[in-house]
Design a protein around this ligand. Structure first.
Ligand code: PA5
Length: 435
């Protein structure tokens, strides 16, 4: 059942309904390009039907590997960068306790590497790994990215020293290209269990491949429900042709219409702290897909109410260049009412008995009103609750809307030529042969 709704009511003081309606033919044409595969980047459209086409044999093997490694690991080190780790981290952090590292759990706790070159980070990680049983999931589509390659060399050496080469090989899973790249070759020569990132799925669209599914399952979450949410959202996004019935078309239409009105920055605002990596994943998805040819909304994020006490002033009163997309969750997974206090020294007895969700909802309403009054258009994305199913829906919704939005913007949403520039300079400075 679809619980995701896009509400543009609070953007309509910046746009007329007519302007929004005029976007429909353009977003429909963009949707057709995605479904027919007849536009730029069409060799990277594997994600469009991925939730339906995922191989059940691969899923069964993945679950076997998860069960085998879960039995002997307290930690899983996920090594990857960009699209090769953000999707898994988004889902795991949205679902796990904020204090997961401090509480006993049945499944391994996931720690990350390969997303940074901070030397102290690795020294602290190795110190932790000295004392914990662990396994490694190394992920790189190209198999040649420097950051995860360096991290894997460091962690592999530690793992082999700790368990011996044979047992280490039983504790490593590689997720990479089917044929090419250094990671593919290492996995073959060392005999690591390996999974393939399909050729036609780019890194930032890969969370529903083993790239996301394996770490998420290792952390103990239900990947079948995640895939079901994505499947149901796929059916909706692909079948409906009106802005009212198709949330992805509405979202793509409203953000492009606002961009044409001069908006330069889109802030994804979430009301829950455990959605901070959803914002990081979304930033990569939209920034890397649309930031081309000197075009595209700059993706930024806020968490409320936390950031209202740091960024609120700017949003309310600074340069008028932004829109907000507020991600609102209707129901919490647990409740904490405000207790009563006879003496009421803090003066908040008027809140007694209210849940934090009610208070947070009033904060969100108050924020929307204030920001709209301050000249910031607000788009709301409402979901019923946060669980595997609704996260699957959100993933497919944001991916499909991104493809539609990118084609509407007039760029290829599936390449990333700009990511290469820093690498060439870095390789030259490091003395890599050929640079
Ligand atoms: O989305 C992308 O293509 C990038 O962010 C990549 O995911 C990132 O650069 C990592 O690349 P790779 O998986 O090849 O190591």
């Amino acid at each position: 059942m679809n619980t995701l709704k896009v509400n543009v009511e609070h953007a309509l003081n910046h746009l007329s309904e007519e302007e929004l309606k005029r976007m429909l033919p353009e977003v429909l044409a963009a949707k057709e390009h995605l479904l027919k595969g007849d536009a730029a980047g069409n060799d990277f459209l594997g994600w469009v039907n991925l939730p339906e086409e995922i191989d059940p044999k691969m899923l069964a093997r993945l679950k076997d590997d998860v069960a085998r490694l879960t039995g002997k690991s307290r930690l899983l080190v996920v090594i990857g960068i960009g699209g090769s780790y953000l999707g898994a981290r988004m889902v795991i952090e949205a679902l796990q306790s904020e204090f997961a590292s401090m509480v006993r759990r049945e499944n391994p706790y996931v720690v990350y590497a390969g997303h940074t070159l901070g030397e102290d980070y690795y020294s602290q990680l190795l110190a932790l790994l000295d004392h914990e049983d662990y396994s490694v999931c190394v992920i790189s589509k190209s198999g040649t990215t420097t950051e995860p390659a360096v991290a894997f060399r460091i962690v592999k050496a530690h793992l082999e020293k700790k368990y011996g080469k044979d047992e280490a090989a039983q504790r490593i899973i590689a997720i990479t290209d089917a044929r090419r790249g250094a990671l593919h070759d290492i996995a073959q020569q060392e005999g690591y269990p390996a999974y393939v990132i399909p050729d036609n799925v780019g890194g930032r669209y890969s969370v529903l491949t083993p790239v996301g599914l394996l770490p998420i399952a290792m952390a103990g979450y239900d990947i079948d429900r995640l895939l079901q949410g994505a499947r149901d959202m796929r059916a909706l996004c692909q079948s409906k042709d009106s802005l009212e019935d198709n949330p992805a078309l509405m979202y793509a239409a409203v953000r492009n219409a606002l961009y044409r009105r001069g908006i330069k920055v889109e802030m994804l605002v979430s009301c829950l702290p455990n959605l901070r990596y959803l914002a990081e994943w979304w930033k990569q998805l939209y920034g890397e897909s649309e930031g081309k040819e000197h075009k595209g909304l700059l993706p930024h994020s806020l968490s409320i109410t936390t950031d209202l006490h740091s960024m609120g002033q700017y949003v309310q009163d600074g340069e008028r260049l932004m829109m907000e997309t507020m991600l609102r969750v209707q129901r919490p997974n647990s409740t904490v009412p405000v207790p009563t206090d006879e003496r009421n020294l803090d003066g908040i007895n008027y809140l007694t008995g209210k849940s934090l969700t009610e208070i947070n909802a009033c904060a969100a309403e108050g924020t929307i009103q204030a920001h709209v009054d301050g000249g910031v258009p607000v788009v709301e994305i409402n979901v019923d609750s946060i669980n595997e199913y609704t996260l699957g829906q959100l993933i497919y919704f944001f991916e499909f809307a991104c493809g539609v939005s990118g084609y509407t913007l007039g760029i290829n949403p599936f390449d990333q030529p700009g990511v290469e520039a820093y690498k060439r300079n870095m390789f030259h400075l490091l003395g890599k042969p050929g640079f």
